[in-house]
Ligand binder design. Structure first.
Ligand SMILES: Cc1cc2nc3c(=O)[nH]c(=O)nc-3n(C[C@H](O)[C@H](O)[C@H](O)COP(=O)(O)O)c2cc1C
Length: 259
């Protein structure tokens, strides 16, 4: 069973690719969060969790969900971390969580995909993103699918205690000071298509009197900003001149014969 959480489609693309190539089922953790469903999963094949890296780690909300989840059937979990550039030191926290659940870690894969972090700038154009998916991510996904299909267990990566501790502090500081619902602004280009409201995995956006209103539960996935077809959502003025990015749908990609 392939579980995924995704703000802008990269981890969903990875999960759907793997489900297709491993002839397995795909389950959206976005839906589980959005509709407050019970996180209980059963699979005879290994579990695979695909999720993005935020400030060096899997999103806190996903770690919390996985800690609370019940897994029945297979005892093995693989993790696929989609990220924009660097590897990160999240392996120890995933290993600990996996063994606390009396499960076995099959391995952690890093999958480089286009950057969606609008606050950092450097968002690729549509063409550059598609090039990156086709020539970097897809070949790597074939390799990941093959490893999982063989049921191989990956050796533990090099995890230096200092880097791990540092990444934990960076992540804590990031979650505390950088993730906020306060700075979203919606400009007059908004056509109230409600895509942001539908897409938000934590129901942080509601439409009141014809305007999107942000509540206080943002997890910083930036899905709303990137999915808005009018580029009407910004974080203050900081993102006004930045590109937007949303990953193509895997089934459309496949229909075009791109994999
Ligand atoms: C809040 C936030 C923090 C991020 N932090 C990192 C990071 O530490 N390292 C990195 O390489 N990419 C980082 N990224 C980029 C995403 O991990 C990357 O684009 C990912 O594939 C997005 O996946 P998704 O489309 O499934 O949400 C960050 C993105 C966001 C929104």
């Amino acid at each position: 069973m392939i579980l995924f959480f995704s703000g802008t489609g990269n981890s969903k693309f990875a999960a759907e690719f793997l489900a297709d190539h491993l002839k397995d089922k795909c389950v959206s953790l976005n839906e589980i969060l959005k509709h407050k469903k019970e996180p209980a999963f059963r699979s005879e094949k290994p579990f695979v969790v695909c999720a993005p890296i935020y400030a060096g780690r899997f999103p806190n909300i996903i770690m919390k969900l996985l800690r609370a989840a019940q897994f029945a059937g297979s005892k093995r979990i693989y993790y696929v971390a989609t990220l924009a550039s660097k590897s990160c030191s999240c392996e120890q926290s995933l290993r600990k969580m996996t063994s606390d659940k009396r499960m076995e870690m099959g391995g952690l894969f890093f999958l480089t995909m286009p950057n969606n972090y609008v606050l950092g700038g450097n968002i690729p154009s549509k063409d550059d993103a598609e090039y990156q998916i086709k020539y970097v991510a897809v070949p790597e996904l074939y390799r990941i699918a093959e490893t999982i299909e063989m049921n191989d267990v990956l050796p533990e990566g090099e995890n230096h205690a200092v880097t791990t501790a540092l990444s934990s502090s960076v992540n804590t500081l990031y979650s505390k000071f950088m993730v906020s619902s306060d700075n979203f602004v919606v400009n007059e280009d908004c056509v109230v298509c409600r895509k942001c409201e539908r897409h938000c995995p934590v129901n942080n956006i509601i439409i009141i009197n014809g305007d999107p209103v942000f509540r206080k539960r943002c997890i910083g996935c930036y899905g709303c900003i990137n999915i808005c077809p009018k580029k009407a959502i910004n974080i203050g003025k900081k993102t006004e001149d930045t590109n937007r990015y949303f990953c193509p749908d895997y089934s459309d990609w496949k229909a075009k014969g791109l994999t």
